[in-house]
Write a protein that binds this ligand. Structure first.
Ligand code: DX5
Ligand code: ZN
Length: 219
């Protein structure tokens, strides 16, 4: 199982954004992960289409946008037009999330859902056949740099088990708190393939991004 490594762009040092993005592109990271926050779904503001445009200009790698936004349907076309390849919504932020996921697909983009710590898998099982990606949060969303919450491990196990049982093809990505210990457990024991890499393993490491990516591939 190949790892899918996503760079958490919320952690990107902003002083030399352009150079950092170019170095990340060369590092071998698979996907740029862009956190969008509206100040209501989560108590914070974050990135926007400006950063997406810059990444799109500097790299051909896929960009995902993680919409921590109420009624994200209002902004799906905008995100698609700015070059996002994968669009994640939190299903509880919409009354009819399946229509939003269908709209993402109709725009030629890959739909994904994000499962918050307090959201039960039972709430989303019925819609798993129509998504390409599922993020399970390892922290409460809204802020970078939080520590993984171990009590969520059974949820990851349940999702990998359910995917195998139903022979579903969506990818599973862990977002929040991915450190070496967490990835070792999740990759080898649980069968999770995707990781959003933030401050623990990719940014602020005092070594080139490529070395960080190589390190995670070898965990
Ligand atoms: C949290 C965000 C994450 C996060 C990942 O609200 O969705 O993408 O920034 O980076 P770390 O693991 O460093 O917090
Ligand atoms: Zn995120």
């Amino acid at each position: 199982m190949e790892k899918i490594l996503c760079a958490s762009m919320l952690n990107l040092p902003i002083e030399n954004m352009k150079e950092e993005i170019v170095e990340l592109d060369k590092s071998g990271v698979d996907i740029f992960h862009v956190d969008i926050m509206d100040g209501t779904f989560v108590p914070n503001f974050a990135m926007s289409v400006r950063e997406i445009d810059l990444i799109r200009k500097l790299s051909n790698r896929p960009i995902d946008c993680h919409m921590m936004v109420m009624q994200p349907r209002r902004y799906i076309k905008m995100m698609a037009d700015h070059g996002c390849d994968i669009i994640y919504i939190h299903p509880e932020a919409e009354l009819i999330p399946t229509e939003t996921l269908d709209q993402i697909r109709a725009l030629g983009k890959k739909p994904g859902i994000v499962i918050n710590p307090a959201l039960s898998l039972e709430m989303v099982k019925d819609i798993l056949p129509i998504v390409d990606y599922v993020i399970i949060m390892g922290v409460n969303p809204g802020f970078a740099g939080r520590d993984f919450m171990d009590y969520l491990i059974p949820k990851f196990k349940e999702l990998t088990r359910y995917r195998a049982e139903k022979a579903l093809a969506f990818k599973i990505i862990l977002d929040g708190g991915a450190d070496e210990r967490v990835i070792r457990t999740m990759y080898h024991d649980v069968g999770v393939e995707g990781y959003v890499l933030g401050k623990q393993l990719l940014f602020f490491q005092n070594k080139p991004y490529k070395d960080c990516v190589d390190f995670v591939r070898a965990i």
